[in-house]
Design a protein around this ligand. Structure first.
Ligand SMILES: Cc1cc2nc3c(=O)[nH]c(=O)nc-3n(C[C@H](O)[C@H](O)[C@H](O)COP(=O)(O)OP(=O)(O)OC[C@H]3O[C@@H](n4cnc5c(N)ncnc54)[C@H](O)[C@@H]3O)c2cc1C
Length: 437
């Protein structure tokens, strides 16, 4: 059985690993010159950076299983830490939430009861919401915007600002007044109700390419698969509702199955010429997308955060990550999720603005130095699909009405937001579907 996987992001790589593992003959075609897609590493003036700082959760079970399949020890690529959230804001006390090592969901209840920087009323407010969720199995009847749902749960504006809003942006990358309650609750349920270790934070120890794309490439090639970089798929060859292959770089490549593991916008373009696929193409066109911006600033090597990742409130900067864990002492990665005025600022303006914000929160820090210019600003305009209320109705399944044509990617019907776990899960689902054939 000849299979073409189109796209070498985490979804395409997972599909190819899983299929070659079971003896299928797979050719992976990637348009770019390197693997990894939206989760890849880049070089800047000799410095190894990621195209965006990524964080994984203990709840990413399919991702962890994939690493195991490829023989990558978890501890060699990520550092596992019990959940600890520290939020800092200019001129306000810190907020700190830490999950003790108790069984789920007792660890969450205790974390909320002991949260520092929230009033007793706010802690009880959050607890009563969690109690309601545990009783209802995290199910809601109709998906509505998260801000509306939190209002129905009588969460105070202060609690929303300090707890729910930053979590919503971190998890869904979509503003609170639009975000899907259903998808948000799905992530909370997986992270907090199954096992204590699901709530752990997994901080990457290596760059993103070493974490998954490189081991995946080695695995695929060792198992007889072929990876072709700089091969952009231009057309799908479909006759009588059966796929026969693709054209890439002007060449026809035939196959029994074709997996499209490309971003939704590219997928829509490839599906649009085929009338049977117009319904899916229309759904993809309606999905929308959200940006993520990462600003890297190099401080003197002794500059450290109190914990590897700190949330910031009332500032443009939302999270700051200490890259000392990667051996990059003094390098800070500042993450800004979702849209905002920062997207229109020049790179220089934005890094100066962020430097000032960090100085107001960490007044003892020295000024950043200019070894990486004014800072490196990476804006991914199409970072994730827009995870709005009712988005699940637009997300296509892996199997399409064309025989042999499959879809994989974080945007497909995984129940998860656009995440590494969503991408890996979609790849697994696709491979399973093909194996069953
Ligand atoms: C800045 C940023 C920060 C993020 N932070 C996190 C995080 O902290 N935690 C988390 O879990 N997730 C995070 N995400 C989301 C995560 O990176 C994505 O959900 C995931 O990488 C998507 O993988 P994918 O394989 O579905 O798609 P993609 O990575 O987009 O892969 C698609 C691939 O297809 C290729 N391609 C496109 N067109 C063609 C064509 N015509 N022919 C051949 N190949 C083609 C592309 O080059 C690409 O390699 C972040 C994303 C970004 C951008």
């Amino acid at each position: 059985m000849r299979i073409i996987v189109t796209g070498g992001g985490w979804a395409g790589l997972t599909t190819a690993v899983e299929l070659t593992r079971h003896g299928a003959s797979v050719t992976l075609l990637e348009a770019g010159s390197r693997l990894g897609g939206r989760a890849r590493s880049i070089e800047h003036n000799g410095l190894r950076l990621d195209n965006g700082q990524h964080l994984l959760l203990g709840a990413y079970r399919d991702t962890l299983r994939l690493l195991e399949i490829m023989g990558v020890p978890e501890s060699s690529v990520v550092e596992r830490r019990p959940l600890e959230l520290l939020y800092k804001a200019p001129n306000r006390p810190d907020i700190r939430l830490a999950c003790p090592s108790l069984p789920a969901p007792l660890h969450l209840v205790t974390a909320l009861l002991r949260a520092e920087g929230l009033t007793v009323g706010e802690r009880l407010n959050a607890l009563s919401l969690c109690r309601g969720l545990l009783a209802s199995g995290f199910a809601i009847e109709h998906d509505i915007p998260l801000a509306t749902w939190l209002g129905h749960q009588r969460q105070s504006p202060a609690l929303i600002r300090a707890l729910w809003q930053p979590l919503c942006l971190a998890v869904l990358n979509t503003p609170l007044h639009e975000a899907s309650t259903q998808v948000f609750l799905r992530v909370l349920q997986d992270a907090f109700t199954r096992s204590h270790s699901d709530s752990h934070l997994l901080l990457t120890r290596t760059d993103l390419c070493q974490l998954l794309p490189q081991p995946a490439q080695r695995f695929i090639e060792r198992h007889g698969g072929e990876i072709k970089l700089n091969h952009r798929v231009q057309e799908l060859i479909i006759e009588d509702n059966v796929i026969h292959g693709v054209t890439a770089n002007g060449q026809t490549i035939t196959a029994d199955h074709v997996v499209l593991a490309v971003p939704p916008i590219t997928c829509q373009r490839l599906l649009a010429p085929h009338p049977t696929l117009h319904g899916i193409a229309r759904q993809l066109a309606a999905m929308g997308h959200e940006p993520i911006c990462t600003v890297y600033l190099q401080y003197p090597p002794q500059t450290r955060l109190p914990i590897p990742m700190v949330g910031l409130l009332d500032t443009t900067a939302q999270w700051v990550f200490d890259r000392a864990l990667y051996g990059q002492q003094g390098l800070m990665a500042v993450v800004i999720s979702g849209p905002g005025p920062h997207m229109a600022m020049s790179k220089g303006e934005l890094s100066t603005h962020i430097t000032r914000e960090l100085a107001s929160i960490f007044p003892h820090w020295p000024a950043p130095h200019h070894s990486i210019g004014e800072g490196v600003v990476i804006r991914e305009k199409y970072a994730t699909f827009s995870c709005r209320a009712n988005i699940n109705a637009l997300r296509p399944q892996a199997k399409t009405p064309i025989r042999g044509l499959w879809l994989a990617g974080d945007y497909t019907d995984t129940g998860y937001p656009a995440t590494l776990e969503g991408a890996v899960r979609s790849g697994m689902t696709c491979a399973r579907g093909i194996k069953q054939r």
